[in-house]
Design a protein around this ligand. Structure first.
Ligand SMILES: Nc1ncnc2c1ncn2[C@@H]1O[C@H](COP(=O)(O)OP(=O)(O)OP(=O)(O)O)[C@@H](O)[C@H]1O
Ligand SMILES: [Mg+2]
Length: 241
């Protein structure tokens, strides 16, 4: 089983959108995939709530996971149904056991959506992932935030050997009509080199609409720019560039 966390301490960069499309895209490529929603905001859980069209065993082999399709399950965030108190404890040992049991039951991929800060939930996401993919919108000063994130990954990798390796950076929300965005993209290419994935995720309102319908664009509008970009990401994650 390969495990990938979507992490960035900066908020609103496309972590959740990327996590749900990577997870659903992998199942469409024939891979058995589990998505952990490790954000108390519960956005991934809400953005996938229209996906299960029934017919799947509600408890399934892997309770407490919720089935979303033939080869796709989610560990929902409690935050999707109620406000999670700031003091709520997270049972990280249980999560590690669950992830280990998924690996032995033939799950191919674990995709983890992290919150926009490295609290107990974010840290658990790093502990559970072999690789971390960092979404980056091409805005001003992205390198500053990224160096903080890289320092956090180093700390996590030191504490959890074999975990939290940097898979790379993914450009999200790119609007080619904004000349600033194209300039920042050039800077990112110069500074990040081959750690920048070749997939580019363009800004696409269909991604917002799909989430409000509780589905991915692979179901909501498969001909959208967003579906094409995230299809390309699935290919790049599975097979490299
Ligand atoms: N490529 C895109 N084009 C247009 N809108 C997008 C795109 N990617 C994400 N969005 C929208 O931008 C908003 C933030 O995206 P998302 O929730 O994925 O970010 P996040 O990093 O998970 O945020 P948070 O830090 O709050 O968890 C959402 O409304 C989402 O639908
Ligand atoms: Mg999110």
């Amino acid at each position: 089983m390969r495990s990938i966390a979507l992490a960035n301490q900066k908020g609103g960069v496309g972590k959740t959108t990327t996590a749900i499309h990577l997870a659903h895209g992998l199942t469409l490529a024939g891979q058995r995939t589990v998505l952990f929603d490790l954000d108390p905001q519960g956005n991934a859980t809400l953005a996938m709530q229209g996906m299960d069209d029934g017919g799947h065993d509600p408890t399934g082999a892997f309770a407490p996971l919720r089935p979303l399709g033939p080869d796709l399950w989610i560990l929902p965030s409690p935050g999707a149904e109620r406000v999670v108190p700031r003091t709520a404890q997270l049972d990280v040992r249980r999560l590690v056991q669950l992830a280990d049991s998924l690996a032995s039951e033939g799950v191919d991929w674990l995709v983890i959506d992290c919150p926009p800060r490295m609290d107990a939930w974010g840290w658990a996401g790093l502990q559970l992932s072999q690789e971390v993919l960092i979404p980056v919108p091409p805005e001003f000063f992205p390198m500053h935030g990224l160096s903080q994130m890289v320092a956090t990954l180093r700390e996590a990798a030191a504490e959890f050997p074999g975990r939290a390796g940097l898979m790379g950076y993914l450009v999200t929300m790119l609007d080619p009509r904004e000349s600033v965005a194209l300039e920042v993209l050039e800077d990112l290419r110069e500074n990040l080199g081959d750690r920048l994935l070749s997939t580019l995720v363009y800004r696409d309102p269909r991604l917002v609409e799909a989430a409000s319908h509780g589905e991915t664009v692979f179901r909501y509008n498969v001909f959208s720019k967003g579906a094409r970009a995230y299809g390309e990401l699935v290919r790049e994650v599975m097979y490299g560039r």
